[in-house]
Design a protein around this ligand. Structure first.
Ligand code: ASP
Length: 440
């Protein structure tokens, strides 16, 4: 059985929902994971923010606007009067619930409940649409099987058991529809797998049912070898290993949620990235297969802050880095890149919400320098660090001021930290030269 996940754009309009219907209606048994319609989760986050800011009237306006837009979509999607009425009643129930949320004080639990509604809306509507089109499908409520544990990781054992049970309740169904992103936490409260988490839902399900393949359908034809927003003539990468894909997902190739491949890599379940608007395109296949050495892709991650800690106490001392890292742990701030010398350590973070507090604590260890507005440019490819052409990287970027280099952390990644102002130039230089010089 396959698991197919469709993103917000894929269910974001009646036309696209029709494309999704055509893609999934091939007579084979499958699980279909849906995101919220594009823009909905953002709108729900905004509603939660209004509640946080104690401006309930703004929240109610936003709820009404969203409610109206859903009614318009339902009018265009469903012609069957009974299904239309039932769907409108369901949707109205959700919007009434959102209105009751505006009477409550803000809490993270309330926000989680609010943002979960987007996937409940999209799956209900799409399921009704399939029924109207005479395609038999069953809605599997994700909150009945998807659960995270105390450290916010999927509770695979529970998920496998529960999913088996809910699927067994509709054995004759060909198409199981379920919500991406949403789950329960270990206390039984509604939670989620973080923004963009529907990809992760798909692979968690894929691992639980030992799927033959997981397909992630978006609005772009696979992972590109450079950022198409800044570089012309980028190409979709046809094959990536799990390792290469993990490196790219962490470093800004926005197409895939960073944790997506973790659940499936152990069982070697392939993940295929496909384009709903061009289903015939090959897309990108992520699997256990490694390809020849060389540079496969370039990605960039912005809004990086570099922190340098300069301290004589580091010299031949042990335990220094532990103390430094503990401060980041206390503030739940993850470190992306790190380089050290005998008297200084530089590291980068992308979440600077607690930067001031972190710096105050770091100042106990030495002099601190902070550079905001940095970008990590990362080059990914199988065994890239050993490739004979890699030295050319430094010739190509000879005019770019490189703040940090990470080489050898993994054999598939070389990361450079540069000022964000130099990003577009660097991405283009790398594209022009490396892809010409290096045999892919
Ligand atoms: N709807 C959620 C979001 O917009 C999850 C997802 O689409 O993957 O982040």
């Amino acid at each position: 059985m396959k698991v197919l996940k469709f993103g917000g754009t894929s269910v974001g309009s009646v036309k696209n929902m029709c494309n999704v219907k055509n893609i999934i209606n091939d007579g084979t048994k499958k699980v279909v994971v849906l995101s919220a319609m594009s823009g909905t989760t953002n709108a729900l986050v905004e509603i939660a923010n209004y509640i946080f800011e104690k401006t309930p009237n703004k929240a109610i306006d936003a709820i009404n606007t969203l409610h109206e837009s859903y009614f318009k979509t339902i009018d265009a999607l469903l012609s069957n009067t009974q299904l239309k009425d039932e769907t409108k009643a369901y949707v109205t129930g959700i919007f009434n619930f959102l209105v009751t949320c505006t009477y409550e004080g803000y809490s993270k639990k309330l926000e989680n409940n609010i943002v979960a509604q987007g996937e409940l809306l999209s799956t209900y509507m799409f399921n009704a649409y399939l029924n109207q089109e005479g395609i038999s499908s069953t809605l599997l409520p994700a909150l009945e099987f998807m659960r995270i544990n105390g450290v916010k990781e999927p509770d695979h054992f529970y998920i496998k058991k529960q999913l088996k049970n809910v699927m067994a309740s509709a054995p004759e169904t060909n198409i199981y529809i379920t919500q991406g992103f949403i789950c329960l936490d270990q206390k039984g409260d509604v939670s989620n797998l973080q923004r963009g988490g529907s990809d992760y839902t798909a692979t968690i399900i894929g691992a639980a049912i030992k799927a033959q393949e997981v397909e992630i359908w978006t609005d772009i034809d696979g992972m590109h070898n450079n950022d198409p927003r800044y570089v012309e003539n980028t190409n979709p990468i046809s094959n990536l290993s799990f390792d290469e894909a993990a490196e790219l997902a962490y470093f800004g190739a926005k197409i895939l949620h960073p944790q997506t491949i973790l659940p499936v890599r152990e069982d070697g379940i392939p993940v295929r990235l496909k384009n709903t608007m061009a289903p015939e395109a090959h897309g990108t296949l992520i699997s256990s297969q490694t390809s020849e050495n060389g540079i496969k892709a370039i990605a960039a991650k912005d809004n990086i802050t570099a922190i340098k800690i300069k301290s004589g106490r580091m010299l031949q001392a042990h335990g220094f880095l532990k103390k430094v890292f503990e401060i980041f742990e206390v503030y739940e701030t993850s470190i992306d890149m790190i380089t050290t010398s005998e008297v200084a350590v530089s590291l980068t973070i992308d979440d600077d919400r607690n930067l001031d507090k972190i710096i105050t604590e770091l100042e106990e260890f030495g002099t601190i320098e902070v550079d905001k507005g940095q970008t990590i440019v990362c080059l990914v490819g199988h065994s890239i660090v050993n490739h004979e052409s890699t030295f050319k990287l430094f010739q190509i970027l000879k005019d770019v001021k490189i703040r940090m280099i990470s080489y050898g952390g993994s054999k598939n990644n070389i990361s450079l930290l540069i000022n964000s102002k130099g990003k577009v130039t660097s991405l283009n230089k790398l594209n022009n030269y490396l892809f010409e010089l290096v045999t892919l």
